[in-house]
Write a protein that binds this ligand. Sequence first.
Ligand code: GLU
Length: 437
Amino acid sequence: MTPEQARQTQATVERTLREAEVNPYEMFRAQVDLAGEKLGYPADILEMVKRPERVLEVSVPVRMDDGRIEVFRGYRVQHSSVRGPCKGGIRFHPAVTIDEVKALAGWMTWKCAVVDIPLGGGKGGVVCDPTTLSEGELERLTRRYTAMILPLIGPHHDIPAPDVNTNARIMNWVMDTATALRGEPMYGIVTGKDLAVGGARGRREATGRGVVIVIEELLARLGREVAGATVAVQGFGNVGSVAAQLLHAKGAKVVGVSDISGALYDPTGLDIPSLLEHVSRSPQRLIAGYTAPGVQPLAGPEVLTLDVDVLVPAALEGQITEVNAGQIKARVIVEGANGPTTPEADLILEERGRVVAPDILANAGGVVVSYFEWVQNLQNFYWEEAETNERLAVILRRAFQSVWDNAKKHDVSLRTAAFMMGLERVVEAIRLRGVFP
Ligand code: GLU
């Protein structure tokens, strides 16, 4: 396929996906209803756990480099604090909507409950395209957004972290802004920071590392192993690139990867270290422009339908829908992203015997190590990376086993089993705390 044909195919597939009209908050509500129905929970409890506790919309004026003021729209949603302080990332993306942030906040609640860490769920977002912002504009946007959500966040209330298009540098600014405004050190107000300013060893790689642990567990249950397995990865950011790197190191063949700039395919397995090297040198950290013998370009969405053992969607939500679920060939789908598969697509995949390791389990490695970072900040006592990785593996392998057993016990998908576990733990906490007043 020529690059021009690839571009046209990509445009057609993207249009089709848009027509599937994925509303993440509706997806979230449908998933809770399904799990709630299996557990026989009454409608009032389900209504309570579907709605976020608090929603904040802020306007974020930023002085741009050319002197103009641009006003961005931002959100912070606290979905649930019944099991602990709200926890969840901040996303900078042009397609951020309030319904997306509400869904993402809710998924954080189940995620923390499934891996059984004492945190609730929250999420933030700013509607912006960070690729068009200068370094100074990005910093001023981050600091003003932090100031605007400061009444809600705090080490004992709500602790943000990185998400799509945000990273350690942005988290450092969040911490520094909160520290300046509150007049006291605020290391524990945000996780995912750089090591020199209260970050935890192993946090950057944690989500990708967790995805790989879940792939290992799932393949083992199916009598397979990572070495020799073929893999396709959608998204080559913090989650997808680390997962690809670790899988490659364990002897898997990563045959396809994609990001916003396109997709690459090599049936004999891509040379992931050399691709990472290329990405680290590219100004926007993209795979575009990478060439090597045997590597062919693909249309981005085609990476989802490659004939592989394992598919890792690690980009955005709503990627696998009723439109393309029938064409997914991977036996196993491990969700590095939040919400990549719609409930309609789940049913199609289930009918076709595909096994999905759901986001709230598969990508929980990030928040588990965020929890470790927060604990280290509160104690001002820092761990070695080996300790972090060991504890992460123990938590994820245990959670995987519980979800797997629960799915067998109730004869449901891994997603429904994980949602049921999360929901049970949250509802138990509501029952024990009671409903105020
Ligand atoms: N944004 C990540 C997630 O969706 C990490 C959240 C956190 O570490 O608090 O799980």
